[in-house]
Design a protein around this ligand. Structure first.
Ligand code: PBE
Length: 276
């Protein structure tokens, strides 16, 4: 039963999806009698992960491939299997850091290289390998992590053998703004972001399979999980409730319809009958 003195703190990363999901966890828990607080836009992967381990936050939504490559630094296999990466991540997080997966939401938000649709059409480019010969003249806009992450530009160089002329880092929304304004030639797009279509981008196929699968998972320390089995049960209700189209639609409501993350999350939970 909920302890009335306690506040469950939920962290989030620096983009709309992470805000929406943090509020979703929060509202669902509040509906079940808990006090919660959302740290909207707390920081990137390591800021959230460290805050979790140190007990400054109690949960946040991570992605399997990010945990696998960036947090656990596990080697890239020849081919990526989402279920295998999920299982390895689950095992690794527990072994390394006593961190547990509270739920797996049901969608993937992958990194993908996107370029201007008209440019791609003109040059007949649909796959990442086809950027060879162009990349050395292109500037890529990235989020604050992709340029240096294990599963980012270094991995693309290793697998495809090419490098971009330069990169410009910025918050995810700035990254999208910069390709819209023609300040960069490509970006490290997020596959659940409908600005890919809105801004006329073409998301290129990772035809050599450089990058991992990125299933959305909620992390929690095992200490917190074992002292709060009821919280685990409640968050378990979100297992497999969000497919990729649904997540894209929730992000669209934020980016295009200018709704608040909190309202989007509440509406979703109501529609699914998960809260009153
Ligand atoms: N991703 C793609 C990144 C941001 C978008 C989900 C792999 C991450 O947060 O790790």
């Amino acid at each position: 039963n909920p302890n009335s003195d306690e506040t469950i703190v939920i962290g989030s990363k620096l983009f709309q999806e992470s805000y929406i999901l943090a509020h979703m966890l929060s509202i669902l828990l509040e509906d079940n009698g808990y006090n919660t607080e959302v740290e909207q836009g707390l920081g990137g992967t390591f800021v959230n992960y460290e805050a979790l381990k140190q007990g400054q936050i109690d949960a946040y939504v991570e992605y399997s491939g990010t945990a696998y490559s960036q947090i656990l630094k596990k080697p890239s296999p020849d081919t990526w299997d989402p279920q295998m990466i999920y299982e390895e991540t689950k095992k690794g997080l527990m072994q390394e850091d006593n961190v547990k997966i509270a739920n797996r939401l049901g969608f993937e938000n992958a990194y993908a290289i996107a370029v201007d649709e008209n440019w791609a059409e003109e040059h007949n480019i649909t796959k990442l390998s086809q950027l060879e010969g162009y990349a050395s003249n292109m500037v890529i806009g990235t989020d604050p992590e992709f340029a240096t992450r294990e599963d980012g530009l270094p991995r693309i160089k290793e697998v495809y053998g090419f490098e971009f002329k330069d990169y410009k880092q910025g918050a995810p929304s700035i990254m999208y703004q910069s390709i819209k304004n023609d300040e960069v030639d490509a970006i490290s797009a997020y596959t659940t972001d409908t600005k890919n279509e809105k801004f006329g981008l073409r998301v290129l196929e990772d035809d050599k399979g450089a990058l991992p699968p990125y299933d959305a998972i909620t992390l929690m320390t095992s200490d917190f999980a074992s002292s709060h089995p009821d919280v685990m049960d409640t968050l378990g209700q979100l297992n497999n409730t969000i497919d990729q189209e649904t997540m894209r639609n929730l992000n669209y409501q934020y980016d295009v319809e200018n709704k608040e993350a909190k309202d989007i999350a509440r509406q979703f939970l109501e529609n699914r009958g998960l809260i009153e």
